[in-house]
Design a protein around this ligand. Structure first.
Ligand SMILES: *[C@@H]1O[C@H](CO)[C@@H](O)[C@H](O)[C@H]1NC(C)=O
Ligand SMILES: *[C@@H]1O[C@H](CO)[C@@H](O)[C@H](O)[C@H]1NC(C)=O
Ligand SMILES: *[C@@H]1O[C@H](CO)[C@@H](O)[C@H](O)[C@H]1NC(C)=O
Length: 398
């Protein structure tokens, strides 16, 4: 594998160099004045396509033709990108900064690139996306920031950036999503976040207006806090999936507006203080499927057009009508959702388990036993089983 890769890389480089040697003399003979100077660390494949992949290159070369459309600085040693670093290259359409030892991007580094369509920054030591780092990029198709060491996105990192198709942050160790991280970003088709997010600050998505798909998956949250989605407006699909959501706090969806589809699927949920989607949220379809809820939700208000609540695993307590569950808002709720506890009815539909829960179980539900001071083993066991189930669901879907 490795030798083949090396050889093919060498062949590519050799061919590039060959092309350069063939190109220069011909042009020198015919129209010598038109030959652009090519910086020594670069290979100018043509006037519009330049590759500078030398580790001896420090900084963006200044002596490039203003007609360059495709520029690769991969494997250069850039370290810090200053503001307006590329403003002398207004024709740039594709810019690759992969593996360029980047540690910092100053505010407005990419300003003055009205035609930039694709920007790649991958496999660098970049650890934070500073405020305004990617500000003022218009109509760009993709900003690909995967496989870096980004742990944090500061507020307004993408401010004033409109009509983007994709922002990918996959494979970065982002643990916290800070308030206003996506403020000032409008009309983005898709934002890809990495797995392993451990906290989302209130108003993390504030000022993100017009997003096609926002998928939050493989998170490990202690709680979904109040105002998490406050100020997020016009969303095609907002999905919370395959995660440990912890406790859903009161007001988690407050201030979220105009959502076509809101999905909460295949998560482990410790408790629901409140699940409230009111008219003001203007959510068209709410879909809650395949979740494992360790406690019955306390308060549920779902003023949405289409409601799907199916395949969820909920506690079935003795003496409790399954239809008394606050989530019982769809006609087939008791048939389409399952018991997570107690053990003897686990996996049975709420309706079929209704009578069976109490029979032969003198001590009542696990929660009642724990409250009465009996061994909490039952609870712990159920808890770990739920985690195992969640992990299996996670693996099956990854
Ligand atoms: C990357 O930058 C650091 C300083 O930030 C420097 O010490 C190191 O030598 C550079 N590595 C490469 C491969 O250029
Ligand atoms: C970007 O796209 C939008 C919508 O397609 C358009 O209205 C706007 O003029 C474009 N801006 C630039 C700088 O090309
Ligand atoms: C609905 O949202 C708007 C805009 O955020 C706000 O001004 C209004 O008070 C809200 N209405 C209710 C009933 O919450």
């Amino acid at each position: 594998m490795a030798p083949t890769l090396c050889i093919s890389r060498w062949v590519v480089q050799f061919t590039s160099v060959l092309a350069w040697f063939l190109f220069v003399p011909v042009n020198n003979q015919l129209t010598p004045t038109l030959v652009p100077t090519c910086p020594t660390q670069c290979i100018c494949l043509s006037q519009s396509q330049v590759v500078c992949n030398s580790a001896s290159l420090r900084g963006v070369p200044s002596a490039l033709s203003p007609n360059v459309m495709q520029l690769s600085l991969s494997r250069a040693d850039l370290r810090v990108l200053r503001s307006d670093a590329f403003s002398h290259l207004r024709q740039l359409r594709r810019l690759s900064l992969d593996a360029c030892n980047l540690t910092r991007i100053r505010p407005f580094a990419f300003r003055g690139l009205p035609r930039l369509d694709e920007l790649y920054i991958q496999h660098t030591p970049l650890a934070t996306v500073d405020a305004f780092a990617f500000a003022a990029l218009q109509n760009i198709s993709s900003i690909v920031l995967s496989h870096n060491r980004i742990a944090q996105i500061e507020g307004y990192a993408f401010a004033g950036t409109n009509f983007i198709k994709l922002i990918s942050l996959k494979n970065n160790p982002i643990k916290r999503i800070l308030a206003h991280a996506f403020s000032g970003l409008n009309d983005v088709t898709q934002i890809e976040l990495p797995s392993g997010v451990k906290s989302i600050e209130p108003k993390a998505f504030f000022g993100l207006e017009g997003v096609g798909v926002l998928e939050l998956a493989y998170m490990d949250l202690p709680a979904l806090l109040a105002d998490t989605f406050f100020g997020l407006t016009r969303v095609g699909r907002l999905a919370l999936r395959e995660s440990d959501l912890g406790v859903m706090r009161i007001g988690a969806f407050e201030g979220l507006r105009h959502v076509e589809v809101l999905e909460i699927c295949n998560n482990k949920i410790d408790g629901v203080e409140e699940l409230s989607l009111v008219h003001n949220n203007s959510v068209q379809t709410f879909k809650m499927t395949g979740n494992h809820m360790l406690e019955a939700p306390e308060s549920v208000v779902l003023e949405v057009e289409n409601l799907i609540i199916r395949g969820n695993h909920l506690p079935c307590e003795c003496g409790r009508d399954p239809l008394a569950n606050a989530l019982a808002l769809t006609p087939d709720f008791a048939e389409e959702n399952l018991c997570i506890s107690p053990l003897k009815v686990r996996g049975r539909s709420l309706s079929s388990a209704a009578g069976a829960v109490c029979r032969g179980e003198g001590t009542g539900s696990a929660r009642a036993r724990a409250a009465a001071g009996a061994s909490p083993l039952g609870d712990t066991f159920e808890h770990s089983l739920a985690i195992i189930i969640a992990v299996i669901a996670f693996l099956a879907n990854s």
